[in-house]
Structure formats: structure tokens, C-alpha cells
Design a protein around this ligand. Sequence first.
Ligand SMILES: *Cc1c(COP(=O)(O)O)cnc(C)c1O
Length: 387
Amino acid sequence: MSKIYLDYAATTPCDPEVLKAMEPYFRERFGNASSIHTFGQEAKRALEDSRQSLALFLGAKPEEIVFTSGGTESNNHAIKGVAYALAKKGNHIITSAIEHHAVIEPCCFLEKNGFRITRVEVDKYGLVSPEDIKKAITDKTILISVMHANNEIGTIQPIAEIGKIAREKGICFHVDAVQTVGHIPVDVNALNVDLLSLSAHKFYGPKGVGALFIRKGARIEPLLHGGDQEKGRRASTYNTAGIVGLGKAIELCREKMAAEAEFQIRLRNRLIKEIPLRIPEVILNGHPEKRLPNNVNFSIKYIEGESILLSLDMLGIAVSTGSACTSSSLEPSHVLLAIGLPHEIAHGSVRITLGRWTKEEEIDFLLASLVKVVEKLRSMSPLYEKK
Ligand SMILES: *Cc1c(COP(=O)(O)O)cnc(C)c1O
């Protein structure tokens, strides 16, 4: 039995072409990109090519890209970096109620250190209202941080509109775009953003490498102090192979993204239509249209998401319940609670995320398996029996 991976929002496999592009940088081109000899300059050239590719994808300037160790570091850098740089100007930060932990936690840390955080609520689809952001702004507001698309329910936020408000008020605007870069167009100018986080392992690149877009002129302190890599904005020896992998991965996405999204939207919509037809009492989480091409998230009443996940896993299918971070704790996901689901329904949610190698037959098998698994679990559920 071949395994079926439908958890692309947690991480993606490295594309074989990415792996091939990286390999020489573990072998003969191992130089330190800060060295001035030929070994170093070879590495430096490759790294600058990646910067160019990423800048092109984002509509940014190459010098506005800082390579990091991934989405978590980029978010920490953006949030703490702006807080430290602008602490004299103000201490208020606005964010949303459904951010990734890599945004929530740096905000909580700052909150314990004298900053004030406003977490703007979302509607039942998980949408942030730009009007609510506007109302939350005070003369102490130094940063607004709202994610581009949610990793659990796939809802895509009105980033350009929020960015317009931030710009009018002269407030720095950060966007966690880890779920969108490589999957849908992300243009830092069209979106009016000042800082934007991304991570290679979410778009068929390697784990442990990402980037932060820092608009020219944005005031931000470094997170890592040390050597003068990245013009002093991020110390530490360059992860050359990882950065080369990120560059190759983004080039592949540029070529393939439009066709991939079209295919995924078709399969996604098939699941969104067929799951409620074949399984009674389910709720689609997230917005029906303003959502990631590859994201499907349902609450399946009267049973636990965890039981569904484990039962599907035994059939060789990998899905997720909420998000990889929340699935190890007993509390239901903060995202599902924020869109208004009661605890017991939030506990019964399954996330199915598609990717580059998803085939139509896999979706057929998933559907058939899900129907069987839900019937079996509900037949054992006292909650289901009672109704
Ligand atoms: C995965 C993810 C992150 C964390 O990125 P890492 O590279 O794994 O640290 C941050 N934000 C969102 C929305 C994510 O999906």
C-alpha cells in the first residue's frame, strides 16, 4: 500500500530538482560565503542568485531580502525587531486572533515586557475586518501584524486594504506569508507591506531556511547579533545550501504555481462539495472562496479529529487536525475557537491539504476512506447515538 500525504500545510517534501541544486553546496562548493577566496565567492554568487529569484517573486529589491532560519525566526525578527527599534515612539501592537504561534508567542513575550497587544477578532470565516484594524489604532501603535493566509482554515486576509490603512497612518505593517509564498501571487507592493515572512519548507524547499522581506527604510533591530552577514541585519554563517534550495524552490513555484493552483482548486472544491453530500452533519471551516487553493477543513460532529487522523493513518493517509502545533495539546485550536466553534465541535476537525504530487485517485481514496472511518467512529460514539 502506498502512502498518501495530504498534510502539505505542515510541510512539503523537497522537490528533487531543489535537492539536486543544493547538493554541490554540501560537497565541492562548501565555501563560507563571507570568505574572499574563490571558494567563498562561488558560494556568495549562488546565494545572491537566490536572493535575486526571491526578490523577483515578491516584486522586491534584492537588498530588501534577509535570509533566516525559517518562518519562526522571520516572525520573531519582524515583531521584536520593530518593537525594539520603535519603543521610544510607542508600545502598542495590533495583531489578529488567529495568528500562528510564531506570531502569538513573540507578542506575548513583548506583552510581559511593557508592550500592549490588541488581538483583533475575526468573523465566522476567519476574516479580519480592515475597519476593525483601523479602529484599534492609537497614537502609540508602532506595528500591525496580520497573516496572509491561515495555516489551519486557509482563509486569505484582505492584506492590501489593511496595508493601505497602515500606510496612511505611517505604521509599520508585517505579514506572515508562510502559507502563501510559492502558492499564490505575493507582491509586496500590491499588498502594501513593510515586512513579510516566508519559509522554504512550505513551498518544496528544505527545512530550516526562510527569509524576511524588509522594505527599504523600515526601522528594525536585528534579532541575531554577531558577524556582519546580511549587512549586519542577521549574523551567522550563511546556510548556503539551504538558501540555494530556497532559490531553486521559488523559481519552480514561479513556473508551476498558476497551473498547480488551478488543479488544486478543482480537487479542493470537489472535497468541499462531496464531503457534506456523503457525510451528514459536517461544517466547512474557513471561507468558501477566499481560501488557499489547497486547503480543506471540516468539523465532523460527534467524533474526535484525533481519532479520524489515527484511523486514516492506519489506512496510509496523512491528514491533520487543526495544526501540527496544536495537535499535541488537548486544548482545541485557538483558530477554530476564534471563528466561533464550540469546544466539542472544534475537537472534531480535520484539515486536508493538497500539494504538487496530489493525484485525483488519492482524493477518491481519501473520500471513500473518510466515509468509512466516520461511520465506524460515529457508530461507537455515545454522542452520536443520543441524537
Ligand atoms: C509553518 C508556519 C510558520 C513557521 O515556519 P517555520 O519555518 O516552520 O518556522 C509560521 N507561520 C505560518 C503561517 C506557518 O504555516
